[in-house]
Each structure stands twice: as structure tokens, then as C-alpha cells.
Write a protein that binds this ligand. Structure first.
Ligand SMILES: Cc1cc2nc3c(=O)[nH]c(=O)nc-3n(C[C@H](O)[C@H](O)[C@H](O)COP(=O)(O)OP(=O)(O)OC[C@H]3O[C@@H](n4cnc5c(N)ncnc54)[C@H](O)[C@@H]3O)c2cc1C
Length: 423
């Protein structure tokens, strides 16, 4: 795999995108059956909508406790004061009203693969012919001493959007000028690998104007991070002296926290901070683990052609919960996986076989207002495994107009993907 120039990449990706979802090539009307989708986020809601829109003989039920979904994607812009939370909040009215999806506002408690049924917290049992599990992530609460759900109320992770995102923003607004904001990213794999560094950039943007004597300390569990040269270039230019990164070799990442004292312990050092954004290591959402869909690392292995679980036939896993490396755990990846999975389900319910997919997409990281860097990639199944076949990354030293164009493209992507999923 080589890093391509923009023009080569765009040509290849355009072809791949056209070839990508088999959804529209087959006669989806032949598909009959009940599909239950657990999780109404970027992956689950996208899959439910595609299935309901394509197969007239399908009964689609979406199990999601929330009535409104706040996107993690672009939540760093809210934390940095560049977007409202309202603009990141989406309802399910289009899915239910226009597409006839049955939205059960409940938590799925258990999956019975033998009976092909899901039990909900309210006691209802939903039978299915095909099940899609898209619960996103959960946290390894025992990984950092002292950091559990209670500690997260003082030291927010803000890695599931909503309450936690607002808490982090409120803490930034309340802190005194001159304090330290600590961001502690986990080791790979985790949801959206570039997002901790986008967050550092946008918190720096806020502090620079509102509390200019403050500092950001990135206490990393890794020695390097994605797009590092691009982030560091932006930090030198926009936020000189404000952001310090302590890599794993230097401090070993977060070992323990004491929320009462607002201290964070690393190897041989204790930091007293004003705001602590501790992002713990992650696994697939709990329901996937409890249902035997995950491997010992806590993520769900799937057949990359259909996203059907390799552990439990008839059950598909998409989004962050799936083991789909080298695809990142990103909303664009979740949506592409939803397309492939929906197509495979339609084909299988119509008695056909799914073809090998190509999945492409892009991710933008905002480093300052109207200034973003981007990473575009496409993936294909080669010798039975997903492989990255194309990659394009913004170069360092790009002009301001290119960075502004990337920021605008990112905004357009956000508007497009949320409209495609939520209407
Ligand atoms: C700060 C940040 C910035 C990001 N920026 C980007 C970006 O710029 N671009 C990008 O592509 N991605 C980005 N991401 C990643 C993106 O948000 C995730 O990859 C994406 O949301 C994954 O979709 P998902 O459907 O797997 O999970 P989610 O979107 O988390 O949805 C899972 C849903 O399942 C529901 N659920 C869980 N368990 C159950 C259960 N038992 N019963 C019923 N429902 C259940 C939850 O309520 C939730 O609504 C970012 C992430 C973060 C944290």
C-alpha cells in the first residue's frame, strides 16, 4: 500500500465508490424477514434506514434507548466553542415516520442466538431473521486505578457524546486562567484515533482567547500518534508553548487518578490539574461482549465481506464494536460497514450471495477555526482480510486556502452523513 497523490487517489476512489455497495444492484424487493438492529448510532441507524428503504418485505426494528442521538463526531468543535450541541443532536423521526422503522426506546439486555431473539430491558422479546449489533464502545473501567463511572463525573472522558461532552465544556469554562488541562489518550485500538489531538487543538483554541495563561498536558499511553507531524505543525503555529505531550516512554500514560484531589498519577510523577479528560481503554459495547460476539481482546471478529460475526452466524456486527482493522473506528467507517452489511442481508434474505466490497471514506481533524487536515482511505477484501488499498493525507506546509477547503469539506461531510442517516 502506498500513500498516493491526491489526483491518483481521487480517480481510484471514485471508481471504488461507484462499485461499492451492492445494495442497489440486486432485487432487494425479494428480501423478506424481520431484522432487528441494536444501537441507533452512526452504524446501526444507517443500516436500519438502508434496509427499511430498500426492502419492502422487511420489518425493521431499531433498539436504542435514546430519543435523540448526539454525535461524538464533531463534538470537539462544541468543546472548543465552535459549534452548538444542538447542531450535533439528531432525532429518529425520519426513520420512524418516513421509513416505517419500529424504534423501541429500550436497552437490549440479552441475545439468544439459538432462539434468534433479543430480550429488552422492559421484558419484551424480539424475534429476528437477521440481527445487527452496533452498540459502539464500552470502557475498561478497571484499567486505570481509581477511574470508574463515578470518577468520570469529575474527570470526564467525553468519549460518548451528550452529558459527558457538556461536562467537559462546563469545566473548561469554570476553570481559572493559568490552570492545566490534562488529556489522557489510551493506547490503540480506540474510537477515532486522531480525536484526542483534535481535542487538544480545539481546547487550546478556546483557552488561548479565554484563559491565555493555561496549558494543556497530553499524557499519552502511546509513543506517537496519527497525523502527529500535522498536529505539531499546527500547535507550533497557532498555540505556541501551550500544548505539551508526554509520550508513553517518558511517563507511561495514566496509572491512577484521585478525583477528590484532582490528581493524575503517571510513572513516578503526579500531576495536579484543573481539568482532567481521562479517556480510558475501550472494548466493544457490553451487549456484544455478553453475547459471545467478542474475542478475548474485547472486539467482535467479522467476515469482512458481509460483516457477519465469525462467532455467531446470523448476527452482524458493525461500527466501532467490530474488529475491522485497518479501518479506523470512525463514523464514516461505521456508515460504510452499514451499507455493506445491509446489502449482504438483503442478498442473503433474497437467496443470493454477497460480492466482495470496497469501502472508502475520509476523516477531518480541525486544528483551528477554518483550518482542518484530512485523511482519506479506501479498503478492500484481499485474501479474505480487509486491507487498506489507498491512503491520502494532507501534507505538512499546505496553504491556508487548502486547509480552509478541508475544513469546508469536513463540514459538508458532517451535513451529508447526518442527513443520510437521520434525515
Ligand atoms: C471526540 C470524537 C470525535 C470524533 N470525530 C470523528 C470524525 O470526525 N469522523 C468520524 O468519522 N468519526 C469520528 N468519531 C468516531 C465516531 O463517533 C464513532 O466511530 C461512531 O460514532 C461509531 O458508530 P457506532 O454506531 O459504532 O457507535 P455509536 O455511534 O456510539 O452508537 C452506538 C449506539 O448504541 C446504543 N447502544 C449501546 N448498547 C445498547 C444496548 N444494549 N441496547 C440498545 N442500544 C444500545 C447507544 O445508546 C448508542 O446510541 C469521533 C469520536 C469521538 C469520541
Amino acid at each position: 500500500m502506498a500513500v498516493r497523490h491526491r489526483r491518483d487517489f481521487l480517480k481510484a476512489t471514485a471508481a471504488a465508490m461507484i462499485a461499492a455497495p451492492a445494495l442497489w444492484r440486486r432485487d432487494a424487493r425479494a428480501a423478506r424477514g424481520r431484522v432487528v438492529v441494536i444501537g441507533g448510532g452512526a452504524g446501526g441507524a444507517a443500516a436500519a434506514r438502508l434496509l427499511a428503504a430498500a426492502g419492502q418485505g422487511l420489518e425493521v426494528t431499531l433498539v436504542e434507548p435514546k430519543s435523540r442521538y448526539v454525535t461524538c463526531f464533531f463534538s470537539n468543535l462544541f468543546i472548543g466553542g465552535l459549534r452548538s450541541l444542538d447542531s450535533l443532536t439528531h432525532g429518529y423521526e425520519t426513520l420512524t415516520g418516513r421509513y416505517g422503522i419500529n424504534h423501541m426506546r429500550q436497552v437490549a439486555l440479552a441475545i439468544d442466538p439459538a432462539q434468534r431473539a433479543v430480550r429488552l430491558a422492559g421484558g419484551e422479546v424480539l424475534p429476528w431473521d437477521r440481527l445487527i449489533v452496533a452498540p459502539g464502545i464500552d470502557f475498561q473501567w478497571d484499567a486505570i486505578e481509581g477511574y470508574g463511572p463515578d470518577a468520570a463525573r469529575t474527570m470526564p472522558h467525553a468519549w460518548q457524546a451528550g452529558e459527558q461532552t457538556m461536562l467537559l465544556r462546563r469545566q473548561l469554562e469554570a476553570m481559572a486562567d493559568g490552570g492545566t488541562v490534562l488529556i489522557a489518550p489510551p493506547d490503540m485500538p480506540y474510537r477515532c484515533p486522531t480525536a484526542p489531538y483534535e481535542r487538544a487543538s480545539l481546547i487550546a483554541h478556546y483557552l488561548k482567547a479565554a484563559k491565555p495563561r493555561s496549558k494543556i498536558l497530553v499524557l499519552d499511553a502511546k509513543n506517537d500518534f496519527p497525523l502527529q507531524d500535522l498536529f505539531e505543525e499546527a500547535w507550533v503555529r497557532f498555540y505556541p508553548g501551550m500544548i505539551e505531550v508526554l509520550p508513553a516512554d517518558f511517563a507511561g500514560g495514566v496509572r491512577a487518578v484521585d478525583p477528590a484531589a484532582m490528581t493524575v498519577m503517571a510513572e513516578g510523577e503526579t500531576f495536579r490539574v484543573a481539568v482532567a479528560n481521562v479517556i480510558p481503554p475501550q472494548t466493544a459495547g457490553r451487549i456484544a461482549i455478553q453475547s459471545g460476539l467478542a474475542d478475548r481482546r474485547g472486539w467482535c471478529p467479522v467476515d469482512p465481506v458481509t460483516f457477519e460475526s465469525t462467532q455467531q452466524p446470523g448476527i452482524h456486527v458493525i461500527g466501532d464494536a467490530a474488529l475491522a482493522s485497518p479501518m479506523p473506528k470512525a463514523a464514516y467507517a461505521a456508515q460504510k460497514q452499514a451499507e455493506i452489511c445491509a446489502a449482504a442481508i438483503l442478498e442473503s434474505l433474497a437467496g443470493e450471495t454477497a460480492g466482495a466490497p470496497v469501502l472508502g471514506g475520509a476523516c477531518w481533524s480541525h486544528v483551528a477555526p477554518d483550518h482542518a487536515v484530512q485523511e482519506r482511505a479506501s479498503f478492500a477484501v484481499v485474501d479474505g482480510a480487509l486491507q487498506r488499498i489507498e491512503l491520502e493525507i494532507s501534507p505538512t506546509g499546505e496553504s491556508d486556502s487548502s486547509r480552509a477547503a478541508s475544513a469546508a469539506a469536513g463540514d459538508a461531510w458532517y451535513a451529508g452523513i447526518t442527513a443520510e442517516i437521520f434525515g
